[in-house]
Structures are given as C-alpha cells and as structure tokens.
Design a protein around this ligand. Structure first.
Ligand code: DGY
Length: 323
C-alpha cells in the first residue's frame, strides 16, 4: 500500500510502515502542499498521515473516497469531516494520550509566564528598557490557593489541573459535557455551569474540542463575566476564543492577561494586533512539541495506518469503523 505523510515527522513512522511492507512518501518538497494539491496528489495513495493544518472536508473526501485510512498527527481532528469519512468508510485516526503531559506542561508554563510577566520583562531587559530595580515594576500575581476553572475536562484538562493542584493547591472547578467522577474524587474538582466558571475562576484554562458548541464561546459577554484579575490560557484551538473580543477585553482591562498557544488563523500574521498587547503571550502551537511526545505520536499514526489496512480497531480511533 502507498502512504503519504503531508509534512516530515519522526522517521519511526516510516520505519514501522516500511517494515510492514508499505511504501511511504513524505511531502518534503519546497512547494507547499496546498488544499488543492493535496486533494489531487492523494489520488495516488491508499492512506494519509495528515497535520492539523490540512483541511480534509467533504469535497476532499468525496474526491478521494478510495482512501482506506486518514490519521491526523494530532489529538484534535476538527480539520477532518468525520461524518463524511464514516459514510465513505474511511477510517480516521488521531494521537490521544501521548501528548497529554506535553500539552498540560505547556499550559502550566504559559500560566507561570503570564502570571509573572516573564516574557514581557525579559524582552524589556534585552532591549535596554531595564532601568533598575523598580518597586512598582512588573508586578504579577501569586498563584497559590487560587480558583482554577477548567473548560473541557478531558485528559489534558485533568492533567493541567493536577499540576496546578500539586504546585499551588488550587481549588478546581470545571465545565464539561459529563461529570468526571474520578477527577472529582482525586482532586476535589467541582462541576459548575459555564457562567459560574467565568465568574468564580481566577484562572481559566481551555482544553475542549473545537465544535459548533465551543466555537467563539469566549466572547465579550464571557469576558465581562470574568474577574478583572483573571488569567486565560488556551492550548486547545484558536477559534474557541473570539479574538477581536479578547483584544478588547485585554485593552479595556476586563481580564488581566492571556497565554495562547493557538490562534485563528495559524500562523497568526506578523502584523496582527494581538502581538502588540504586552498582556497577551502567544506561542506558535507548540503544545505537543517535545521529543518524547512527537516520537510517540509518530508511532501511533503508523499503528493507526496498519490497523486501518487490516480492518482492526485503530490505536487512536476517531470514527470507530472496526472493533
Ligand atoms: C493536538 O494534537 O491537537 C494539539 O493541538 C497539539 O498541540
């Protein structure tokens, strides 16, 4: 079988697939693999390993209904029309679990950073703006015993909450579709309505999927309900926040600051106004970017492809075509 990987990834994926007798092509050409180009070159392959930036919509799938498996090199799969894929009997895979720690760690790093203005102050020091020890300069916030609101208490949200509990003994509240009993028992987390999460949290960290219910759920109305001292972290998907409203909220001091690993679009253009706000920190979607996580993600996508070819349940199984 022939497999296309749309961007270079850890070579363990290729080794596993080639050992199983398959032929693997990695798109490493200078020419960007645009939506149209991927749609057309996919006709020559039996399976794809895609990135979260590849749009795999219904038109793409209808034209490539011969594909047996598509696996995202990511845990999120909002870029793939899974309903159409299921109807066309194309197995869809993802990479759960193996990036949980890496992404939770990054959320924690963003939190420490924005609560103590680390990037802002370090960049001032480097740029000659360090005038001396300032009694009123770069004042941040303590994190100890604060209330943490988790929006989307899946694997990553729970891991982040556990880090915050251990490090700062935070009180944890969460919003999720269903109750998470183990989370409640182990960390004393309490499930609350969205409006209470907004008004009671000192820190809100977003960990939900992007879907029609969560798209732009953090808008100006939400920001108005949040504490003026609150810190907002997003390591999930950019579109969960209405970015123009966030800009307004930070400028009008409705919230204190935000740490974003995800934006809409990605990359965020260099001249985007969000970059000009000293109380908004943006990292370039590096949640899963550790050697360990990316190696394991490469192993899982290879395993997903093999399972799909053999009509076995995928390791990261999105549309559950096989048992
Ligand atoms: C994913 O895998 O969906 C994450 O966004 C990576 O950071």
């Amino acid at each position: 079988m022939k497999i296309l990987i749309t961007k270079p990834i850890n070579t363990i994926a290729m080794k596993i697939l080639e050992k199983a007798g398959h032929s693997v092509t990695t798109w490493d050409k200078a020419e960007t693999l645009s939506y149209e180009l991927l749609k057309s070159v996919s006709k020559d392959f039996d399976a794809l390993i895609t990135m979260l930036s590849d749009r795999i919509d219904s038109s793409f799938l209808e034209e490539n209904s011969h594909l047996k498996v598509i696996t995202n090199y990511a845990v999120g799969y909002n870029n793939i029309d899974t309903q159409t894929a299921t109807r066309l009997k194309i197995a869809i895979g993802n990479t759960p679990d193996v990036l949980t720690q890496a992404t939770a760690d990054l959320a924690f790093a963003l939190l420490l950073n924005i609560s103590r203005k680390i990037t802002t102050s370090a960049s001032d020091a480097k740029n000659g703006l360090w005038k001396g020890w300032e009694p009123l300069g770069y004042i941040g916030q303590n994190l100890r015993a604060k209330t943490l609101g988790i929006y989307g208490a899946g694997r990553i949200g729970q891991e982040f909450a556990s880090l915050c509990k251990k490090a700062f003994d935070m009180e944890i509240i969460y919003c999720a579709r269903s109750s998470k009993k183990e989370f409640e028992n182990s960390l004393g987390a309490t499930k609350v309505e969205f409006s209470q999460l907004l008004s009671a949290s000192d820190i809100i960290s977003i960990h939900c999927d992007l879907n029609e219910d969560t798209k732009e759920v953090f808008d100006i109305e939400s920001f108005r309900k949040m504490k003026k001292t609150s810190l907002l972290i997003n390591t999930a998907r950019g579109q969960i926040i209405k970015q123009d409203d966030l800009l307004r909220a930070v400028r009008d001091k409705l919230i204190y600051s935000a740490g974003l690993d995800v934006t809409e679009p990605e990359p965020l253009p260099k001249d985007h106004p969000l970059y000009n706000e000293s109380d908004i920190l943006i990292t370039p979607h590096i949640g899963s970017a550790t050697t360990e996580a990316r190696y394991k993600m490469a192993e899982i996508v290879a395993e997903n492809i093999l399972c799909g070819f053999e009509q076995r349940k995928l390791a990261g199984d999105v549309n559950k075509l096989f048992q």
